[in-house]
Design a protein around this ligand. Structure first.
Ligand SMILES: Nc1ncnc2c1ncn2[C@@H]1O[C@H](COP(=O)(O)OP(=O)(O)OP(=O)(O)O)[C@@H](O)[C@H]1O
Ligand SMILES: [Mg+2]
Length: 204
């Protein structure tokens, strides 16, 4: 919903295609989704580094980090989670429109919200690659690097995805990675191979 009235879109004079040609870069968004501790941030960090070392402009938008700034006024209720994802979808679209490979790592538990993020990109012709970073609850609960599952089990944290709030797994993600079965390097290679195969990145 748009609150402002009397606004008019001001078209730029360089199209995305021209921008991509001029910079020899293609933008896209790689959207990592999965339970807490499934490995989204870990994979995003290594992936970003790998792309940058290839000379591909990449930038991470990470759940926790964004909640320190842009989304500091949002909590974890369904409405706030929806608004959290809506803003990230818009920001990742801006980055990818600017020819950067945007890598987002947010639990993003609702199919509807991820669908909205996808539509936002695809309706503007920007590729959207959904990556399901998947591991069984028993495994992520065992990892628990931030001690969050422990707090969720004891009731100290309410509305925790996988324990007291739902996680709706992607039905047909572009990439599905089982992080209990493959290591971080293999997971990143899987994503890089996909990008190469689909000609989504231009390495200089
Ligand atoms: N194959 C793997 N891929 C990624 N992480 C793994 C893998 N195997 C073990 N791990 C470990 O699992 C943990 C994943 O934590 P990470 O912070 O990346 O999760 P996250 O999905 O970003 O969680 P959150 O939603 O809470 O931010 C790390 O401690 C990481 O070292
Ligand atoms: Mg994370």
């Amino acid at each position: 919903m748009t609150k402002a009235a009397n606004i008019t879109w001001h078209e730029g004079s360089v199209s995305r295609e021209e921008r991509e040609k001029l910079l020899n870069q293609k933008g896209l968004t790689i959207w990592l989704t999965g339970l807490s501790a499934s490995g989204k941030s870990t994979i995003a960090t290594v992936l970003e580094q790998a792309l940058l070392h290839k000379g591909v402009s990449a930038y991470r938008l990470d759940g926790d980090n964004i909640r320190f700034g842009l989304n500091k006024n949002l909590g974890f209720s369904p409405e706030d989670r929806e608004e959290n994802i809506r803003r990230i979808a818009e920001v990742s679209k801006l980055f990818s429109d600017a020819t950067v490979v945007a890598i987002t790592s947010f639990i993003s538990p609702y199919i509807k919200d991820r669908q909205l993020a996808r539509q936002l990109h695809e309706s503007s012709g920007i590729p959207f690659v959904e990556v399901f970073v998947d591991a069984p609850l028993s495994v992520v609960e065992q990892r628990d690097p931030k001690g969050l599952y422990k707090k969720a089990r004891s009731g100290e944290i309410k509305e925790f995805t996988g324990i007291s709030a739902p996680y709706e797994a992607p039905e047909s993600p572009e990439i599905h990675i089982r992080t209990d079965l493959v290591d971080i390097e293999q997971a990143v290679k899987h994503i890089l191979d996909y990008l190469t195969e689909k000609r989504l990145v231009v390495a200089p």
